[in-house]
Design a protein around this ligand. Structure first.
Ligand code: CTP
Ligand code: MG
Length: 228
């Protein structure tokens, strides 16, 4: 089966408080989105990319996109999960339902080739699929309503969920449709698969695969990119 990427890039980046959506901010000489797309354009095992952008996006046309791979650009939706579902539906018209799809946030430009390879190698024969993630390193506290600690949570079994999240195309599309129809809160692709009764695999990756969210994340990402 083939490997495809769906990249949700239809968010407004409200927490970044910038003059444009964060995926279009400059980072190490290019935009965040150009870095992210390039990871998948350059990777020899990725067959093509579906990019999901806002219907009123005024920035994508200015990017410098160079690839010989198929690139389909489709409209996003109200929440990330709706954008991803639009991307999956578009991919269904081009790919085999049993192909693998890797959903990766446009806002994670520091994904390394090594972690991407690790994900593909670990999951290529898996019945379900899985996600890049990293173990929690700090002690975890549960907060009470008064802002005081109500409990210390065992961090031994806790992981931070990253992207890419890799599943079979038709299985993921069906799981997302079902979760949304049933009003389940879909925060990532794995949560939709979990809701469908599956147990996605946690594949350990680097904590450098940050999601650019707040202004200070840009300089951290620039540092990580400079050390690759
Ligand atoms: N995303 C999307 N469609 C949406 C919302 C988000 O495609 N309706 C994308 C974002 O562009 C981003 C990824 O999903 O690449 C992760 O979302 P997040 O980090 O929350 O980005 P934003 O929603 O843009 O940021 P914020 O929540 O701060 O507004
Ligand atoms: Mg958001």
């Amino acid at each position: 089966p083939g490997f495809w990427a769906v990249i949700p890039a239809a968010g407004v980046g409200s927490r970044m408080r910038a003059d444009r959506p964060k995926q279009y901010l400059p980072l190490a000489g290019r935009t965040v989105l150009e870095h992210t797309l390039d990871i998948f354009f350059r990777h020899p095992r990725i067959s093509g990319v579906v990019l999901v952008i806002s219907a009123d996006d005024g920035w994508f046309g200015d990017l410098d996109i160079r690839t010989d791979k198929p690139l389909w650009v489709v409209d996003g939706g109200a929440e990330r999960c709706h954008s991803v579902l639009n991307g999956l539906k578009a991919l269904m018209t081009h790919a085999d339902p049993r192909d693998w799809v890797l959903v990766h946030d446009a806002a994670r430009p520091c994904l390394s080739d090594g972690d991407l390879d690790q994900l593909l190698d670990t999951l290529r024969d898996d019945p379900v699929g899985g996600i890049l993630a990293t173990p929690v390193r700090d002690t975890k506290k549960r907060a009470g309503p008064d802002g005081r600690i109500s409990a210390t949570v065992d961090r031994g079994a806790m992981w931070r969920a990253f992207t890419p999240q890799m599943f079979r195309l038709a299985a993921l599309e069906a799981a997302l449709e079902r979760a949304l129809a049933e009003g389940f809160l879909v925060t990532d692709e794995a949560s939709a698969m979990e809701h469908a009764g599956q147990a996605p695999l946690l594949v350990e990756g680097s904590a450098r695969n940050i999601k650019i969210t707040q202004p200070e994340d840009l300089s951290l990402a620039e540092f990580y990119l400079s050390r690759r």
